[in-house]
Design a protein around this ligand. Sequence first.
Ligand SMILES: Cc1cc2nc3c(=O)[nH]c(=O)nc-3n(C[C@H](O)[C@H](O)[C@H](O)COP(=O)(O)OP(=O)(O)OC[C@H]3O[C@@H](n4cnc5c(N)ncnc54)[C@H](O)[C@@H]3O)c2cc1C
Length: 322
Amino acid sequence: MSSNVKKALVVAEHKEGQITPATLECVECARILAGSLENVQAVVLAKNAGAAAAQVAEFGVQVLGFSGESLEHYTGEAFRNAVLEAAETDDFAYIVLPHTSLGMDLGPALAAKWGASFISGAMEVKPEENTFIRPVFNGKFSQEIKPMADKVVVGALPGSFGQVEKASAPGEVTLKDYDKSPKGTLYVGAEETEGADLGLAQAQVVICAGRGMGSEENIELVEEAAALFSRSAVAGSRIACDMGWLPYKAQIGVTGQTVAPKFYMGCGVSGAFQHVVGMSGSQFVVSVNTDPQAPIFSISDYCIVEDAMEFLPAFVAAVKEE
Ligand SMILES: Cc1cc2nc3c(=O)[nH]c(=O)nc-3n(C[C@H](O)[C@H](O)[C@H](O)COP(=O)(O)OP(=O)(O)OC[C@H]3O[C@@H](n4cnc5c(N)ncnc54)[C@H](O)[C@@H]3O)c2cc1C
């Protein structure tokens, strides 16, 4: 193997025993960085890592699975120590992890301990130029970054890399017991957010409220629009949820839910990349925004430059008339 090959280690993310789509994008990002899947390995951390490790291996990468009580639930300290131990098993130049809640928390801690640069929210990588590109200012600009350190931890922005395809032969899986416990962190528990299941994942029509809706009272307009369609759901941007207008279960985006409905309508949503990665799989996108320069218009099929409080009642009336 040539000495300029730079190997990449992917930190696999899994929920309820299933590898997340963002992990498969990380494998693709790592493949680009390392030049070939042969130079990519993945690490799976779990109480019992076997099943999730086998899922990742189906994509043709070698997988190291650490199983241990301290890895049953995410804690920054335990996961950081376990990933660093995995990183010592070979001469890696990159650690790639998804730019999700996990990656945003774990990435900086890994980089600090590993002596690496940390590039968060990377949407493109150019290893031959040692350049990483990420969106800034809600996606209105992109920034090119050249890391100073030899090693780089990369947070791959979901929705940017495409998922790696299944391989004809699975990669090798090595499973190890991991019995180290974190010294300064104790996992106490997690509670699911209260509120009804909004059925966002199954919805074919999603009407999404953003800060531009102005107040909680105006969310009724969004609900009325959603009620026009069967298999529909109301969603919100993070700001709409932070304001308490909608429950957190309704949040779409990198720290919320991912939806791929047939029809998405954003009302007073600017189109920050953290939101867009959660809805970019929508088949038909309509956006209502008073600002003709709103970034969401660049990914919309129909751009309606209008006050949402004027548009929505007219929209509801028109659909009812049909
Ligand atoms: C680590 C991190 C994670 C994040 N995760 C998420 C996430 O998961 N999901 C998410 O959504 N965001 C997320 N964000 C926040 C994200 O960066 C944006 O701040 C957020 O998406 C903006 O929400 P918004 O579009 O509702 O509000 P704004 O960006 O304030 O946009 C409001 C829009 O409404 C328009 N408007 C104003 N008045 C009207 C009107 N009367 N009629 C029509 N349009 C009007 C404005 O022109 C503007 O474009 C995250 C941020 C960080 C830092």
